[in-house]
Design a protein around this ligand. Sequence first.
Ligand code: ADP
Length: 464
Amino acid sequence: MKLVFLRSLAFRLTLWYAGIFSLSSCIAFVFFYLLVSQTILQRIDQDLQDKAGTFSAVLSGKGIAGVKNLAVMEARAAGEKKIFFRLLYPDGEVFASSHMAYWQQIRVEKEAVDQLINNGGAIFKTVAIGPSDQKVRVLYHYAGRGVLLQTGLSMETYAHFFAAFKKVFGVTMAIVVFLSALFGWFMAVKALSGVARITETAEGISGQTLSARVPETGTNDELDCLARTFNKMLNRIERLVKSIVEMSDNIAHDLKSPITRIRGTAEITLLEKADVGEYQAMAASTIEEADRLLDMINTMLVISRTDAGAGDYSFEQTDISALVTSACDLFLPVAQDRQIDFQFTIDQEVKAQADKAMIQRAVSNLIDNALKYTPSGGRVSVAVKHKDRTGVFIEVSDTGRGIDPVDRERIFERFFRCDPARGQGGTGLGLSLARAVVREHGGDVMVKSTPGQGSLFVMTLPLF
Ligand code: ADP
């Protein structure tokens, strides 16, 4: 449980948020500290330089005696634990100073004196004295005419600032870490509440509760988009599951009828103690039913393989006009038998890359349907049209009973049969096969229909 919490996104987000916020605050503090300490140091240096300037002026006006007095007076005025002055010869020898009891530890640095003599200007040093390492800023300055000045100023202000800063920093950082963790947690939990809703819905979904949906907030944010996408996915899954259930019902039903017929015929023949002729008739009908079943199963396999892109197709330059003509020739006796006016107009020599056997099967299914669903006295027309840019159009129209608009797209689903067709022979696989085959060729099969007046099926094939 503890591990789950530590691994949870909300916890990790909180950690990130608190970490980044605390780090930013820390950087801001360091920046502020550097800025303020720099300013304090500059002010101390400026003070020291001002004093050195005064010494130079007094030296040139009143000579060495004047600066000696000045050193003592200045130190007294500011406080002898705050500032000191030493006057040196260029060899570093001290010849005058303010009261130095407090500043014993501060020596004259030879190196600084040499540097001053060689380069001139002002040399600053920071020195620590006493058991508490109190910092002192020391200036070496050339006062004039063979006199050097060493003056030091206690950096107490600096130390006070640093101590106060440490206190403020500690307290503020504790508050920042606590508040950022609190806000981070609040924001993470709020932001992830949408994910929790989706998880809840997903967990509650089973075969029976596929209709559950995640409530959409309408805010159009990322989580709302996720919820919408999730719901769309559920819609698709629901449709798919429904069609799988329907399809398996249909398959079961369509397989059941021929098997029941085979069983019935066999049972009657056995019970009636039939003669050889009747046994032969039973065998013939069994073969016929078995063929029908095999045909149905084969068609299902062809459709599934084609849909999965694993169909066994061999494309070659095919004369589509000749192919449709031979299909029409095959159906002509059926049309005559059913007293249907059957016409076909075929453009000369329209060629396309196609699997001949498969396209013939698809075209035959369309013509077969047109003849099957058109009553005697009606008309069925087949036309092959060649359009330069778009490709080949094979049109099969009839004056049959037409298709209800609600069923217009469903007739291409496997095993779907419109109610009026149920009395007639068929498996509901013909149009699914035709569309799968033609789509494999890069074309499509479309339908226009007016119930009671007839239908027009158009098969398109690209020319490449
Ligand atoms: P089958 O013809 O074996 O039932 P199909 O897949 O070929 O299966 O057709 C599916 C359904 O579409 C048919 O059952 C029928 O209801 C409808 N249909 C197909 N072609 C036509 C047509 N030309 N006129 C009216 N209905 C049609």
